[in-house]
Write a protein that binds this ligand. Structure first.
Ligand SMILES: Cc1ncc(C[n+]2csc(CCOP(=O)(O)OP(=O)(O)O)c2C)c(N)n1
Length: 409
């Protein structure tokens, strides 16, 4: 008789499906202030507890507590709040624009705004971020014109990218925002390469790469970590763990085994696990990792624990694969509400001022949309066909010249 054990596979299953009661008991959340803050030059071997903790600053009462809390200028915090609200208002409007047929596609970052906004405000103007489509707040925090974002989304004659990119795949070098790619993960290695080039040229600029937790299952993630560790590249590697990769829960990318921050340990890199819905924690962790990068101490992997409140994109209906009330059960709350409460607790903000700001930003987005609508929404206006042949190569290539001649323009 064959007494060998019959082999089987483990197929991770989400904790709740539509119609079931949502639970986040599996997400380990230490209290605010509980996770220690090591010196930036601490040895990696002495920091291997951090990927299992969670850098949190804001407590349930909106107070800043613990070793990662620092004195922050209320004006800086108000600017952060403003950029997050602006991002949310803008995204809601663009989602509606999609439903009105004004664009073919859109994606929201609802619930994740603190990450892109806080990092944009923390890093230097000439650092470079290698974004995902989930950090539009980076551009908004740096004052990128909303009308240009809408023109890009409409692919109209004023589209700064001349209709060459899918809606929301922005590119803005002057804003430290490297060209987005629809191929997820492809930019993560670029961040490391750019950082290596900066060090090779004895420059001072550092890079920040973003990747979703689902995409960490791709080879690009592991290649980037290897290069970052080996060459001690001046880069921050950010995993935004929003629990979902379209309809696939984080367990399919390995969340059941260990944390995404703990992936760092295998590469000899420090890994931080951070409350991604806590604006102050995002700033503190980013400052810590940036100081390491700027002083040749090398790369840091940061997992931002957050939640994707909306669907993956305008093509997605999340009620098909998760309980419709799952977002309200998310234990880390709403980043906008939490920063607002903190400012109110400091005596630096009020509900009235918040409402007034919201109204003002709604009006600003409306005005920008009217301006873009006047140029034309999707299909009503297009960049000139001539644009296809321009800006392709630094010096026009003979093939481009020939094709343009054949085209007769
Ligand atoms: C290389 C590649 N594979 C697959 C896709 C299809 N796709 C687009 S987004 C996505 C999910 C990404 O999830 P995650 O990395 O967790 O980021 P999130 O969208 O949750 O921010 C997939 C599979 C793609 N665009 N590119």
């Amino acid at each position: 008789m064959d007494d060998r054990v019959e082999l089987s596979l483990h197929i991770p299953e989400p904790f709740a499906r539509p119609g079931e009661t949502p639970t986040f008991d599996h997400v380990d959340i230490p209290a605010a202030g509980a996770t220690r803050r090591p010196a930036v030059d601490a040895a990696e071997v002495d920091m291997r507890d951090l990927p299992y903790g969670m850098v949190r600053v804001l407590d349930a009462d909106g107070r800043a507590v613990g070793p990662w809390a620092s004195q922050m200028d209320p004006e800086f915090l108000r600017r952060g709040l403003r950029a997050m609200v602006q991002t949310r208002v803008f995204e809601d409007r663009m989602f509606r624009a999609h439903r009105q047929g004004k664009t073919s596609f859109f994606m929201k970052s609802t619930g994740e705004e603190a990450i892109g906004v806080a990092q944009s405000m923390t890093l230097a103007a000439d650092d470079m971020c290698f974004p995902t489509y989930r950090v539009q707040g980076w551009l908004i925090a740096r004052g990128y014109p909303i009308v240009d974002m809408i023109n890009q989304i409409y692919s109209n004659a004023s589209d700064p990218l001349k209709g060459r990119q899918l809606p929301i795949l922005y590119s803005a070098r002057e804003y430290g925002f490297y060209s987005l790619s629809g191929n997820v993960g492809s930019r993560f290695g670029h961040a490391v390469g750019w950082a290596m080039a900066s060090a090779y040229m004895k420059d001072h600029r550092i890079a920040l790469g973003y990747i979703g937790e689902g995409t960490t299952a791709e080879g690009d993630f592991h290649e980037a970590l290897t290069f970052a560790a080996v060459y001690r590249a001046p880069v921050i590697l950010a995993v935004t763990n929003n629990q979902w990769a379209i309809s696939t829960f984080s367990g399919i990318a390995g969340a059941e085994q260990t944390t995404f921050a703990a992936r760092a340990i295998g590469y000899g890199l420090p890994g931080l696990r951070v409350d991604g819905n806590d604006f102050l924690a995002v700033v503190a962790a980013t400052e810590w990792a940036a100081t390491r990068a700027r002083t040749n101490l090398g790369a840091t992997l940061i997992e931002f624990v957050t939640y994707r409140v909306s669907g993956h994109s305008t093509s997605d209906d999340p009620t098909k694969y998760r309980p419709s009330d799952e977002p309200v059960h998310w234990p880390l709350g709403d980043p906008v509400e939490r920063l607002k409460q903190h400012l109110i607790a400091l005596g630096e903000w009020s509900d009235e001022r918040h409402e007034q700001m919201q109204a003002e930003l709604t009006e600003a987005v409306r005005t920008a949309q009217r301006e873009a609508d006047a140029v034309g929404a999707l299909g009503q206006s297009k960049p000139s066909a001539r644009e296809m042949f321009e800006g392709v190569f630094k010096e026009p290539d003979w093939r481009v010249i020939e094709q343009r001649r054949e085209f007769g323009i």
